[in-house]
Design a protein around this ligand. Structure first.
Ligand SMILES: C[S@@+](CC[C@H](N)C(=O)[O-])C[C@H]1O[C@@H](n2cnc3c(N)ncnc32)[C@H](O)[C@@H]1O
Length: 210
């Protein structure tokens, strides 16, 4: 698949600064379905393994849910799921794909300031959202901690340090930024294959709310 200058420019804009809601919205509107680089073709093996090992408990919050692929999968598996994203376009697409037995609830929300009660979720899924928070990472993590029950799990995927880009995340960084909020329990790696075939190594992590 050959990708246009238009595609690269829109992708580059997301990496120039901490992207705003408008930057995400513009990207989703500009890039045709099937070319969104992070759109999962399969359910994350990490999320699957954490479910199989019993680390996921309802209610689940999917932060930066995009088109809701993982929210939907978890709802189909019987979980009570809320998916939130900054982009109204992404949330509308997620809502269009409902009609299943047990639909997730979707809302346009900034994760850094959520309209949810303290400790109202038992699990949080973050596939590719934390690493885009720039200087707001601590605010973001504090807000995650506010809405999750003590002992609940944050299942996270982020660009790994094996992928040389400014947004890469190391276990050390995670440990430092989540100090006093979450305990880093496990880390690993998985590969995301983009629609253009590029293989992106992701850091996988499970953290427990203190
Ligand atoms: C790399 S995409 C991943 C989407 C989805 N998790 C997936 O795996 O397909 C990151 C998503 O996070 C959303 N996002 C980024 N910062 C956010 C924030 N502060 N609050 C809510 N959503 C955010 C973006 O709009 C985008 O949909």
């Amino acid at each position: 698949m050959s990708l246009s200058i238009h595609y690269w420019w829109n992708l580059f804009r997301l990496f120039l600064t901490t992207p705003s809601a408008q930057d995400w919205e513009d990207f989703y509107r500009a890039i045709p379905a099937g070319q969104i680089p992070w759109e999962p073709r399969q359910i994350s093996p990490w999320i699957k393994s954490q479910l199989a090992a019993g680390y996921l408990k309802s209610p689940v919050l999917d932060v930066g849910c995009g088109f809701g692929v993982h929210s939907r999968w978890l709802a189909d598996a019987g979980y009570q799921v809320t998916g939130v994203d900054l982009s109204a376009f992404a949330i509308n697409r997620a809502r269009e794909s409902t009609g299943h037995r047990n639909n997730p609830e979707y809302q346009v929300v900034d994760v850094r300031s959520m309209p949810f009660d303290d400790r109202c979720f038992n699990t949080i899924i973050d596939r590719g959202t934390y690493h885009h928070q720039g200087r707001h990472k601590i605010t973001y993590l504090r807000e995650l901690r506010r809405v999750i029950q003590s002992g609940g799990h944050l299942i996270l995927l982020a660009f790994s340090s094996r992928f040389p880009n400014p947004r890469r995340v190391t276990p050390r960084e995670l440990e430092k930024n989540t100090h006093g909020l979450f305990k880093l329990e496990a880390t690993g790696q998985e590969i995301h294959i983009q629609p253009d075939g590029l293989k992106i190594p992701l850091l996988t992590a499970r953290l427990t709310a203190i």
